[in-house]
Design a protein around this ligand. Structure first.
Ligand SMILES: Nc1ncnc2c1ncn2[C@@H]1O[C@H](COP(=O)(O)OP(=O)(O)OP(=O)(O)O)[C@@H](O)[C@H]1O
Length: 310
């Protein structure tokens, strides 16, 4: 768990970050979201002490990070940035193994782990192990960057716009793959993004910042349905609900029981935004939700609009 207390970063007379108070829950992904210049990157870099705060403190599992040597601190905190900076003269496998090698880990174990990690991020080790960074696409290089950050098995991962440089299709795929990995490995992840869709889709929690301060901290649902201010509402925009629905299957909204007679049928893995479209098209305010032939229950219009059980 990472706790940030009264955190300040001042440059001359202006604050990049001002009186930030925030707890990043363990094993969850928190998106740091906000307009350009609001202090996201500064916050992230204060956590691994690439930037030293001018005030306040940061606790990692209850321990003040200032009491740890930066290099010791960073061993437990992976860091992924957009320009991932793979070493061009090293192979993919050597790049992924950088940290374990530095830590003097057993070579054979490391080689095996490198293969597992490449597999995990969707790169066939037999094909990619010996390639050089110059032979990779942008998306493949990003995957290697994620594998490298995971190689030291840090409990905490800091990510700064990790998927920013990718085309939309590659970004979608890597986001999904990463979300899976994060859930499976139970890492605590803090991800800087200015992409609202990305924050709402990937974040268990979203911290929305504005001019160095925290505007709202909550689940994507909280921000969308219970915005703390006009700024939050405006920032997310009117189609925030639709955006969030696009990222979730309709099965997440299912209630037990029968729908009203004549309700259209949809499959459970249909995304909720498309399910809403079916309701509009068919002029029906409930849908019957099936998985294959099995009836799971129904979903109602008001559930998709955010007043329901999900
Ligand atoms: N070294 C520095 N010296 C002076 N001001 C700085 C310095 N680094 C950052 N700032 C200022 O602090 C503020 C926050 O910067 P930061 O990079 O944290 O924003 P951000 O939210 O990550 O923005 P972006 O999304 O554009 O990357 C900005 O106004 C920036 O100009």
């Amino acid at each position: 768990m990472i706790e940030v207390e009264h955190l300040d970063k001042r440059y001359g007379d202006s604050f990049a970050v001002q009186d930030l108070n925030l707890t990043f829950p363990e094993g969850q992904l928190t998106a740091l979201l906000g307009p350009s210049g609001c202090g996201k990157t500064t916050t992230l870099r204060m956590i691994n002490r690439l930037i030293e705060p001018t005030g306040g403190r940061i606790l990692l599992n209850g321990q003040d990070t200032r009491s740890l040597k930066p290099e010791v601190l960073r061993r437990g905190i992976g860091y992924v940035i957009q320009q991932i900076g793979l070493f061009p003269h090293l192979s993919v496998a050597q790049n992924v193994a950088t940290v374990p090698d530095l830590l003097g880990r057993d070579r054979r174990m490391t080689a095996q782990r490198v293969d597992e990690l490449l597999d995990l991020v969707g790169l066939d080790p037999a094909v990619y192990r010996e390639k050089r960074p110059a032979e990779l696409s942008g998306g493949q290089a990003q995957r290697v960057g994620v594998a490298r950050a995971l190689a030291a098995d840090p409990p905490v991962l800091l990510m700064d716009e990790p998927f920013g440089a990718l085309d939309p299709l590659a970004r979608d795929r890597l986001q999904e793959a990463f979300r899976d990995i994060q859930r499976r490995l139970g890492k605590t992840v803090i991800m800087v993004t200015h992409d609202i869709d990305e924050a709402l889709r990937l974040g268990d929690r979203v911290a929305l910042m504005r001019a160095g301060r925290l505007e709202q901290f909550g689940t994507p649902d909280d921000l969308i349905h219970r915005p703390a201010s006009d700024f939050v509402r405006d920032f997310l925009g009117e189609d925030a609900t639709l955006r969030q629905l696009a990222g979730r299957p309709v099965s997440a909204f299912v209630r037990a029981g029968l729908p009203s007679p004549g309700a259209p049928r949809v499959q459970a893995d249909l995304n909720a935004r498309s399910a809403l479209s079916v309701m509009l098209r068919e002029s029906h305010d409930t849908l019957e939700v099936l998985r294959g032939e099995e009836l799971l229950g129904h979903v109602a219009w008001q559930d998709l609009r955010g007043q329901g059980p999900a």
